[in-house]
Design a protein around this ligand. Structure first.
Ligand code: SF4
Length: 64
């Protein structure tokens, strides 16, 4: 499984980037706001810390 970010909800808190123990996320500027992007989904260890940390509930883990 790997995380998918709903950018309709993401406000750029970067909580997922900070909490992820596997460095799955990177940071890019999207619509002039620094936001996390899923950069190496194959490294995800499915710990769900990003899902729990996101203040906007913008992340879910999907099969794959
Ligand atoms: S589930 Fe864990 S390892 Fe996977 S992206 Fe989220 S914080 Fe990182």
């Amino acid at each position: 499984m790997y995380p998918v970010i709903d950018y309709n909800k993401c406000t750029g808190a970067l909580a997922c980037y900070e909490v992820c123990p596997a460095e799955v996320f990177d940071i890019e500027v999207l619509d002039e706001v620094k936001k996390a992007v899923v950069a190496s989904k194959e490294d995800c260890i499915e710990c769900e810390q990003c899902v729990e940390a996101c203040p906007e509930e913008a992340i879910e883990l999907v099969e794959g």
